[in-house]
Design a binder for this molecule. Structure first.
Ligand code: ADP
Length: 188
């Protein structure tokens, strides 16, 4: 068996799971992709997991019931763990609204490899951005159980990183994230 650290040495990086949590439209995917690009240009190998590539593939049989949401996160955590064991930095962008689900993810991935990043954007800003028109649908009742509207979002108590996006550019947020995590994913 080739160990995780042998693979990390080959790739010259420390593999972690960077777990972005926050409301829909808070900026998780935008910052995750910006961070990936920055890291790629510096020679780091990453994989971004988000609703788009997970819900259409490995989790395409899951809906949004409470038990399906939990199963969604469980599988994402297991997949992230595999990437991590292969030496790859996994960047996850999921609302993951409850402390319980994030705790489950952390337990699967292992405490030392799980970096919780809270993308903190007030609901009113997310709703104003309404990137996918989902808040409008949730307000009109067309969409039920939407996080922040009629389903709770539990704020992380002690995130490893707390990024506020209000009145800040995407680049500023990506740079802040990069500054905070670079020592964690660097071998030297
Ligand atoms: P999420 O993945 O959390 O649902 P998205 O990244 O899809 O959110 O959407 C966030 C939207 O907010 C994007 O349109 C992005 O351009 C915009 N935005 C404005 N300011 C920021 C910022 N400082 N950081 C991240 N996104 C921002």
């Amino acid at each position: 068996m080739i160990s995780k650290s042998q693979k990390e040495n080959l790739l010259n990086q420390r593999a972690k799971v960077l777990w972005f949590t926050g409301l829909s439209g808070s900026g998780k995917s935008t910052i995750a992709l910006g961070l990936e690009e920055k890291l790629f240009n510096l020679g780091y190998i990453t994989k971004v997991l988000d609703g788009d590539n997970v819900r259409t593939g490995v989790n395409n049989n899951l809906g949004f019931s409470l038990s399906d949401r939990k199963e969604n996160i469980r599988r994402i955590a297991e997949v992230s763990k595999l990437f991590c064991q292969a030496g790859i930095i996994c960047i996850n962008s999921f609302i993951s609204p409850t402390i319980e689900t994030r705790t489950l993810a952390k337990a699967i991935i292992a405490n030392k490899n799980f970096i919780e990043i809270f993308i903190d954007t007030p609901l009113k800003i997310c709703e104003k951005r309404d990137v996918k028109g989902l808040y409008k649908k949730a307000r009109s009742g067309e969409l039920k159980g939407f996080t922040g509207i009629d389903s709770p979002y539990e704020i992380p108590m002690q995130p490893d990183l707390h990024i506020r996006t209000e009145n800040r550019s995407v680049q500023e947020c990506v740079d802040e994230c990069y500054r905070e995590i670079i020592s964690i994913i660097s071998l030297t």
